[in-house]
Write a protein that binds this ligand. Structure first.
Ligand SMILES: [Zn+2]
Length: 76
């Protein structure tokens, strides 16, 4: 299985963990509420996991132009 961290804004692959025995509890998912897990963590049928995050680029863009993302985020 693999865990892929993808930017929810620009869909850039931020990071990737591959391994047969990735322990979800060691990824910090257990620190999220169930709502947050449903929102940010997507488990696929093949066992892969996609985690939706914000990359550094979008983080900076958001800080510079918060109004842009105020328009875009409801579509996510
Ligand atoms: Zn991004």
């Amino acid at each position: 299985m693999s865990v892929n961290y993808v930017c929810k804004h620009c869909h850039t692959l931020i990071g990737r963990i591959e391994g047969a025995s990735v322990d979800k509890n060691r990824l910090g998912f257990n620190l999220l509420t169930r709502d947050e897990q449903n929102h940010y963590v997507q488990e696929h049928d093949n066992g892969d996991i996609t985690v939706r995050m914000t990359c550094d680029y979008c983080q900076q863009a958001y800080q510079l132009n918060p109004e842009l993302y105020g328009l875009a985020s409801p579509l996510q």
